[in-house]
Ligand binder design. Structure first.
Ligand SMILES: Nc1ncnc2c1ncn2[C@@H]1O[C@H](COP(=O)(O)OP(=O)(O)O)[C@@H](O)[C@H]1O
Ligand SMILES: [Mg+2]
Length: 359
């Protein structure tokens, strides 16, 4: 594995005696795309301000490309670019907004060529003379991203850049950003509180809660093996139940009972653990991990209580003796002609039920 391009050690930030950020270790390697997810107020923006050398923590150090704390902050800042939610410079048109940072950095390059290139990449060449007040949210965010990328930084930070956009605009921009960052050698750190954006923007995820990193790992781990309830809720594992182990079929197959409804389910844990009979645990089931129809395992019948749009899909709340939320495709929704009080059979693969010990 290559040496980290950016490394944080023992970061601490306290305000009036209250610890806001405490991150012992954060590492990103060249070319990696990581996401930082956490609830509002969990310290994400603060952490990236430290990582981008925009603010100094109370304690700890940030090492960029092995360069220690005594090297020039200006040099290090110039290797980075940040896209915040902040508005563009209102008194300049799109072209000048993008050129501005390059002029400030007195880059020894052909600025016009560089700006034109990124205008084209973000499909906003036709907007270059427009002023920010005449841009849509999506166009303004494209300009902000072009402005950051035009600096051709080694590390790109994106702080919730899509949060204020409507769903179709966001979906389109996510697709384009996915291609853009994956085709380049840039290292990127993407902040969000919306897990559905992560697969477009990152392979590795850090989860922050109350100023600390509570879980890190590949996307799959975070989505399918959340370590606690906070992480599970953040990544959309919206079916959560108190359960008890009722049977042990083998080292990785268990029977569980939902404590409230006494429903029995079979669980195949991906990581075998020595759970014991009678142990009380929490089970998570992602609403997008439930199949329609009757498979062999964990077949459940329920009544439709509520149907709501979920991006381009639908979320169906079922009453199966307990509440189960199920995401179905638009196609399935149309084919089934689903309405409230309809009966629906679903099944849950035993590998899609995840157990954690409750604290
Ligand atoms: N300059 C500051 N002084 C005091 N508290 C702050 C300051 N900046 C942020 N905070 C607090 O630190 C916490 C984390 O904020 P922030 O990093 O913006 O969270 P996030 O980006 O995850 O929403 C919040 O509770 C916020 O109110
Ligand atoms: Mg923030």
């Amino acid at each position: 594995m290559s040496l980290p391009i950016l490394e944080a050690k023992d970061l601490l930030w306290k305000v009036k005696g209250k610890t806001i950020v405490r991150v012992n270790r954060f590492q990103i390697c060249p070319g990696e795309h990581v996401a930082l997810i956490g609830p509002n107020g969990s310290g994400k923006s603060t952490l990236i301000k430290f990582l981008a050398f925009l603010q100094k923590p109370s304690a700890g150090e940030i090492v960029f490309q092995g360069i220690g704390p005594n090297s020039s902050i200006i040099y290090k800042r110039r290797q980075m670019a940040v896209v915040f939610q902040e508005p563009l410079l209102l008194n300049m048109n799109v072209y000048d907004n993008i050129a501005y940072g390059l002029k400030l950095r007195k880059a020894n390059i052909n600025i016009r060529e560089r700006v034109d290139y990124w205008l084209d990449k973000l499909s906003i060449s036709h907007l270059k003379s427009r002023y920010p007040k005449n841009l849509s949210g999506g166009e303004a965010q494209r300009t902000s991203i072009a402005r950051a990328l035009a600096l051709e930084p080694k590390i790109l930070f994106l702080d919730e850049p899509f949060t204020a956009l409507d769903a179709p605009t966001k979906a389109q921009l996510l697709e384009e950003m996915n291609l853009l960052i994956r085709q380049s050698s840039i290292t990127s750190i993407f902040i969000t509180h919306d897990f559905s954006e992560i697969p477009f923007m990152a392979d590795k995820v850090y989860v922050m809660s109350e100023g600390e990193i509570v879980q890190q790992g590949p996307l799959e781990d975070i989505f399918y093996r959340p370590v606690n309830e906070v992480v599970a809720s953040l990544v959309g594992a919206d079916n959560q139940y108190e359960v008890t182990i009722s049977e042990r079929y083998s080292s990785n197959r268990y029977g569980i009972r939902l404590n409230r409804s006494h429903t029995n389910l079979v669980v195949h844990t991906a990581v075998p653990k020595n759970f014991i009979s009678g142990q009380r645990l929490k089970a998570f089931i992602r609403s997008d991990d439930i199949g329609l129809g009757a498979e062999l395992e964990n077949k459940l019948d329920g009544y439709v209580k509520k149907i709501s749009p979920h991006g381009f899909q639908y979320k169906v709340l079922l009453d199966c003796g307990f509440e189960l939320s199920v995401v179905i495709s638009k196609q399935q929704f149309i084919e089934l002609n689903l309405k409230n009080n309809d009966r629906l059979t679903v099944s849950i693969n035993s590998k899609n039920i995840h157990l954690i010990e409750t604290s």
